[in-house]
Write a protein that binds this ligand. Structure first.
Ligand code: MF3
Ligand code: CO
Length: 291
């Protein structure tokens, strides 16, 4: 519920200025886009500068945790050891690993190897092998603010083919980022991601995607990477969401692990890669809050 603000009332963004001198024109512009038939963000999806600062601080920890993993990851390591590093580093910095106990998820981080698309569960018996590619997906809660990012790591001697998948997937995120600007549409970003994957002979998972983030782990909107320019939600300054395409070497179809109820695998057993950033839409483009 958003209360109607008087023109002389303080602006909802916390600037201390009068609404008419602050976000009134901005709100008008959003309403015009809505009248034209576009999907627009509700007010709670538009973070205030103070909230962005909180997410930025959370993101710094998320980055430091991934850096700690990057420094330690090696052939012969178990994914449980990665989980230990994530838990240790996150709590040492005064934060909480968001995945832990999230909807029953048992660990502090997702570790997804080769044909695992996402939501791999760390385990002491899963040992990194020479030639593996692994996604380590870290999410942090700090002072109530959420951040979320993931990276791929190549373990030992990785085939050219796998290295290309990892590289192109990272490029997909970069192509998507280039499209993040105020008054554009999420579909512009999704189309750029999708095109780059397709041009390289890959597919992009359609039914699992990104999300708004910041005050909760997963907020609206669902962020797709198989969308068309000019479609999906309007991007406005203050929105924070993830770009995290899952790019598959083969089919985009997938299946879920029936035993653990979490891990997603490619249907055809071919490789999958993912990189993830948390990004804020700014007045003139974007700011990466976690990568
Ligand atoms: N980090 C994932 C994302 O990018 C979500 C993982 S949910 C978990 O949205 F419970 F598996 F951790
Ligand atoms: Co995410």
């Amino acid at each position: 519920m958003v209360k109607k603000i008087g023109r002389n009332d303080p602006c909802w963004c916390g600037s201390g200025r009068k609404y008419k001198q602050c976000h009134e024109a901005f709100d008008e512009r959003i309403r015009r886009c809505e009248d034209e038939g576009h999907i627009v963000p509700t007010r709670d999806l538009i973070k205030t500068p103070a909230q962005i600062e909180g997410i930025r601080e959370s993101g710094k920890i998320n980055i430091a945790v991934l850096d700690a993993v990057a420094a330690a990851i090696h052939v012969g390591m178990s994914t449980q050891e990665i989980d230990d590093i994530v838990y240790q580093k996150t709590t040492e910095m005064g934060a909480i690993p968001a995945p832990l106990h999230y909807e029953g998820f048992p660990k502090s981080v997702c570790t997804s190897i080769n044909d695992e698309v996402c939501h791999g569960i760390p385990d002491k018996d899963i040992i990194l092998q020479d030639g593996d590619i692994i996604n380590v997906d870290v999410s942090t809660i700090y002072k109530g603010y959420f951040s979320d990012s993931s990276r791929m790591f190549c373990i030992g001697n990785v085939s050219e083919e796998r290295q290309r998948l990892v590289r192109v997937t990272k490029e997909c995120v970069e192509k998507g980022l280039e499209q993040v600007k105020p008054w554009g549409y999420l579909g512009d970003m999704g189309e750029a991601v999708h095109n780059h994957a397709l041009e390289n002979g890959y597919s992009v998972v359609a039914d699992i995607g990104g999300h708004g983030v910041g005050l909760q782990f997963h907020e609206e909107p669902f962020v797709s990477y198989v969308t068309a320019r000019g479609s999906e939600m309007l991007m406005v300054p203050g929105m924070v969401f993830t770009i995290e395409p899952m790019v598959n070497a083969g089919t985009d179809e997938f299946c879920e692990d029936e035993e653990n109820g979490w891990t997603i695998y490619t249907w055809d057993g071919m490789d999958s890669a993912q990189w993830e950033v948390t990004v804020a839409v700014t007045e003139d483009g974007y700011e990466i809050l976690a990568y």
